[in-house]
Write a protein of this length. Structure first.
Length: 116
């Protein structure tokens, strides 16, 4: 079982990044996917959720209107499109997949740094 995030990096304020979360070893289409982030010295924060079929998504106010979560179950991959990035978006971003019976998988994280 693996979740592998990619797409992080250094970007200027106002820029964009697209994170990917590639899944293997389990039936990805049966899992709700969430993206979390954790900045140094802060607690892990949920930044988006998408249902197993991709029909419903959720965002906290801190990222609403700027971030978009999506998934391609045929490719076993979820995405997080991040626009209008701010310095306060700097964090390690983690992908999580959880099933209805609470099988729970995490990726290793990818660093996003927003700085001029």
């Amino acid at each position: 079982v693996q979740l592998v995030e990619s797409g992080g990096g250094l970007v200027q304020p106002g820029g964009t990044l697209r994170l990917s979360c590639a899944a293997s070893g389990f039936t990805f289409s049966r899992y709700v996917v969430r993206w979390y982030r954790q900045a140094p010295g802060k607690e892990r924060e949920l930044v988006s959720t998408i249902t197993s079929a991709g029909t419903t998504s959720y965002y906290p106010d801190s990222v609403k209107g700027r971030f978009t979560i999506s998934r391609d179950n045929g490719k076993n991959t979820a995405y997080l499109q991040m626009n209008s990035l701010k310095p306060e978006d700097t964090a390690v971003y983690y992908c999580n997949a959880r099933s209805s019976i609470n099988n729970d998988y995490w990726g290793q994280g990818t660093q996003v740094t927003v700085s001029s």
